[in-house]
Ligand binder design. Structure first.
Ligand SMILES: C[S@@+](CC[C@H](N)C(=O)[O-])C[C@H]1O[C@@H](n2cnc3c(N)ncnc32)[C@H](O)[C@@H]1O
Ligand code: SF4
Length: 451
């Protein structure tokens, strides 16, 4: 491997050398290979690893919302037709899926590090349903002082709801704010006023939980001024985390249709870039440090542990309609249809409608691609885990990424620069491409070798 860490003058090109022949075995019928790796690499310390229960994350999807926001692409449905019974049945199915999954996949002993209630709007769940879900979790899993996150829309976080969350040891509350400017928020079909939003943040803080607020860049009507206002209000709110999402325009959203019919005007990519660069600079100025490609935390503390753990390749048991998770090499997603979901679970069947079984190389690529989105990817940890030296495997591409100021590389880490943080998925895709090319499975690899 060439030295990629320091800038050194380019050496003159050398003649290609014949591949080294050292290490080639002598021709012999002696020395049977009994096992790989050889016994001489085995040690006493590793004995415990085989019986140590592997850490686990749990994701629970709650698809109900007050309204369907014009931009939202998540699997959600509104409360329009007084669906309380339907929600009760759905919550009972989630409890059943947790219970059966714990047995089916032998999860009971595994230390649960994080539980994430996402949506939709989990804060819409009734007090009884929230209590039931937590009782089910406690009965069927080993909760190892987990970080427990509850997502919610500000208007749904009442004092009473906040108390229920506190009672159930929810220690992270994530509020979808999108914008503090009412004229922007109202255009999306939401009705959260700035006052209600601020009140919800205070209520969430008063429970003792860490508080995250989501802002969405690229909403209709957004200008540098309105965006600066939202960023400023989020910082003034003194929350632990600020998460910045870029609006993704999906064909299943009213935003998409309105844009096609010229009924709304969305910021162009160039305009959105200005917004996000501004937000990153402001957050840095006020001591918010990125812990992943989207979330900035006060002083770098208060990490979003569910994302961290999953993106480092730990298992996530996901339940609920449309939820996706992974257990070992098996990745799966539950059906998107609420009735089909409930009926499958009630019959005691898996609710998954699609899955993918990763091979060992997929797992390595996953850890590199998702790992770099955690801002710093420890390549020594990666080598220990996968037996691959990323600096060798991706040498040329990493050099280009360094030259283009997307990443820095040192003895321990590949890290996103400020510029890389603006384009995390792009950087991740380039690393993916380099790994696949190296392995002979990617686009641009040589034609299949034949003998
Ligand atoms: C699933 S929502 C849950 C939060 C809660 N229901 C709310 O909106 O108040 C989580 C976040 O996803 C983000 N989101 C929704 N639609 C999006 C889109 N089309 N592109 C990017 N992010 C989106 C929003 O920022 C939202 O706060
Ligand atoms: S943004 Fe939140 S409240 Fe709006 S539809 Fe999506 S999940 Fe529901």
């Amino acid at each position: 491997m060439l030295d990629i860490i320091q800038d050194k003058p380019q050496a003159a090109p050398r003649e290609p050398e014949a591949p080294p022949r050292t290490g080639e075995p002598d021709l012999s019928r002696k020395g049977v290979i009994l096992t790989y790796p050889m016994f001489r690499f085995w040690n006493k310390e590793a004995v415990d690893l085989g019986v140590k229960p592997q850490r686990l994350n749990i994701y629970v999807h709650m698809p109900y919302c007050i309204q369907r926001c014009a931009y939202c692409y998540f699997k959600t449905t509104t409360l329009k037709d007084n669906r309380l019974q339907e929600i009760d049945r759905y919550a009972a199915s989630v409890c059943k899926e947790l219970e059966t999954g714990s047995q089916r996949f032998h999860l009971r002993e595994r230390p649960v590090e994080t539980v994430y209630f996402g949506g939709g709007t989990p804060t819409l769940l009734s007090e009884e349903n929230i209590d039931k879900l937590f009782a089910t979790l406690r009965e069927n899993f080993t909760l190892d002082h987990p970080q427990i996150t509850f997502e919610g829309e500000p208007v749904t976080l009442t004092e009473r709801k906040a108390a229920v969350l506190q009672r159930n040891q929810v220690n992270r509350i994530s509020l979808g704010i999108q914008s503090f400017k009412e004229e922007i928020v109202f255009q999306t079909g939401r009705r959260d006023t700035e006052e209600q939003t601020m009140k919800a943040i205070e209520l969430a803080k008063a429970t003792g939980a860490e508080v995250n607020v989501d802002l969405l860049s690229g909403l209709a009507g957004e200008t540098p001024e309105t965006w600066a206002y939202s960023v400023r209000r989020a910082i003034e709110a003194g929350v632990h985390n600020i998460t910045l999402y870029k609006l993704e325009l999906y064909a299943n959203t009213p935003y998409y249709t309105s844009e096609k019919h010229n009924e709304i005007e969305l910021p162009t990519d160039e305009e959105e870039l200005v917004l996000i660069e501004y937000a990153h600079a402001e957050l840095a100025k006020h001591g918010y440090r990125p812990v992943n490609a989207f979330t900035f935390t006060k002083g770098g503390a208060h990490d979003q542990l569910n994302t961290r753990s999953r993106w480092q390749g730990n298992d996530s048991y996901a339940v609920g309609v449309s939820a996706f998770g992974s257990l070992g090499t098996w990745n799966y997603q539950n059906t998107n249809d609420i009735s089909a979901y409930v009926e499958a679970v009630e019959r005691g069947e898996l609710a998954a409608f699609r899955a993918y079984n990763s091979n060992t190389f997929d797992l390595a690529v996953r850890d590199a691609v998702m790992g770099i989105k955690l801002v710093r990817l420890d390549h020594l940890w990666f080598r220990e885990k996968h037996g691959l030296d990323l600096l060798t495997v991706c040498e040329d591409e990493l050099r280009r990424l360094v030259d283009e100021r997307f990443v820095t590389v040192d003895d321990q880490e590949i890290a996103l620069t400020a510029r890389g943080l603006i384009f995390p998925d792009y950087v991740a895709r380039r690393i993916e491409g380099a790994m696949k090319q190296f392995s002979g499975t990617g686009f641009g690899s040589r034609a299949r070798v034949r003998f």
